[in-house]
Design a protein around this ligand. Structure first.
Ligand code: CDP
Length: 131
């Protein structure tokens, strides 16, 4: 059986990347991630990402480009990441997170990212610097 997919967004705005601090479960609380969640049956990755960012942050967002690759999570799950543009709304930590922070490219190392998010964060920062 193929792995289940978790989708996450490298939300970029004004040359900064959005980092979200997890509030649960206990083993992940306090670590920072690219916001997202599980892709449900019948959804494309992009659709799942738009839904998750609406639920978790209260924003309308547009996936731009998939960051190549996928990264293993717990057994049976892989992480896929897109760069994302905000269409409307101001992100708030509505669900799963207790703090949000906008990081300039040079500040990306100032939060404790989940290990599995680090390669995608590095790639998103590289794209921010190229933009
Ligand atoms: O919101 P939903 O229950 O769909 O998913 P979630 O709990 O936010 O994420 C599902 C799993 O993916 C959790 O184990 C997260 O730790 C993991 N995840 C991750 O490793 N990196 C992300 N950027 C987003 C989620």
């Amino acid at each position: 059986m193929s792995d289940s997919v978790v989708v996450a967004g490298a939300v970029c705005d004004g040359g900064r990347l959005l980092a979200a601090r997890r509030s649960a479960p206990p083993e992940l609380a306090g670590r920072w991630e690219l916001p997202g969640g599980k892709q449900e049956p019948g959804e494309s990755g992009e659709q799942a990402l738009v839904r998750e960012l609406r639920e978790e942050l209260g924003v309308e967002a547009e996936p731009l480009e998939r960051i190549p690759g996928e990264w293993p999570l717990k057994p049976g799950y892989v992480l896929r990441v897109w760069t994302v543009r905000l269409v409307s709304g101001e992100p708030s930590p509505l669900e799963d997170h207790d703090e949000l922070r906008w990081l300039a490219a040079g500040e990306a190392d100032t939060v404790d990212w989940l290990d599995q998010d680090r390669p995608a964060v590095a790639e998103a920062v590289r794209r921010l610097l190229d933009a």
